[in-house]
Design a protein around this ligand. Sequence first.
Ligand code: PMP
Length: 411
Amino acid sequence: MLLELNDLFDVKTIRQDFPLLHQEVYGKPLIWLDNSSTTQKPQSVIDTLTQFYKQYNSNVHRAVHTLGIQATDAYEAAREKVQHFIGANSASEIIFVRGTTEGINLVAQTYGRKYIREGDEIILSTLEHHSNIVPWQMLAQETGAILKVIPVSDRGEILLEEYAQLLSSRTRIVALVHVSNGLGTILPIQEMTEMAHQYGARVVIDGAQGVPHLSVDVQSLDCDFYAFSGHKMFGPSGIGVLYGKQEILEDIPPWQGGGSMIRSVTFEKTTYEVPPAKFEAGTPSIADAIALGAAIDYLTNLGMNNIAQYEHKLTDYAMAQLAQIPGLRLIGTAKQKVGVLSFIFEDISPVEVGQLLALEGIAVRAGHHCAQPTMQRFGVTGTVRPSLAFYNTYEEIDSLVEVLRQIKLSN
Ligand code: PMP
């Protein structure tokens, strides 16, 4: 069974595309299990970056010369790749930003400032990353709006009945993580969006951990905004995407002001470009956007459904193996989850476990994962968090489990 899947997906061949994976740390083969934090890059992404700077580095949109036109074409082609990858209706619904954090702040500072008033309610879930809490808290402080939080079960699943109770005609925004980075839970976004829309609320999705693991279609999710980061989906850091429905992007004010987002400027008055340019002030991360396009080509070639299927099996295997280690408490056991394998040992701190794993060449994150409310819900300050990507193998899971057993025995 395992062999069959490995053959189908051919992870050994896939790993050849990732130069960084082939190195030793403390004399041991590197095992990269910190994918929720950031992912490694295939050679095609690295080559795309190098090629840009070696062959056609130029600013975009303003140039009449050959390299400028080439850079602009590649930048806009990347936007179209993103559009198709997430099933958006039009490329003008795709705004390049620095990452998920910037995308969510953009929504809070534009849509939020225009529409949120004192007494309005913003609903979040317990599973949010700080980047989908703090921008809303800042907005609430500015406007007098109120934050409401959807609780989760002991498995880390959204309590839909409680969510239904929180929704009302006062709800203006529902901001949800697609996939929890602390626990791996996949939220039922389509259903939750439909429920929010019944009250006329707008739905903002933090897709940082959704896009790397699931086939995402924003039109069938029907969310109003969807934000994600290039570096978590095998692309460069410094680039990310905010998707917004066309009519909303046209309606809301711009965020940052500057070059590229204007039609005309006088000292008396400025008129703005249409989306997406309206939201892309200044010189963008051109090379990074183009290389994000290369990451999307890479993922599309592997097939998001194949990736999800392989990771699902690997996650089931890893969860079952970890559960057998004496004294290990798994945190986040949702039925629908990706390969985020949070756990604690009652008597060894997560940081200590992380450091001991590092000495064996195994990279994991240890701490609160920028999701302190999630940790508080489970009565811990942090966890050890191995997190999987499609280039991880069953053998790597076996090594992790073996080292954890040794750590447990000698502490
Ligand atoms: N949301 C989630 C669920 C995340 O995992 C992360 C990154 N850990 C972010 C948001 C923030 O992403 P970035 O730092 O790339 O803006």
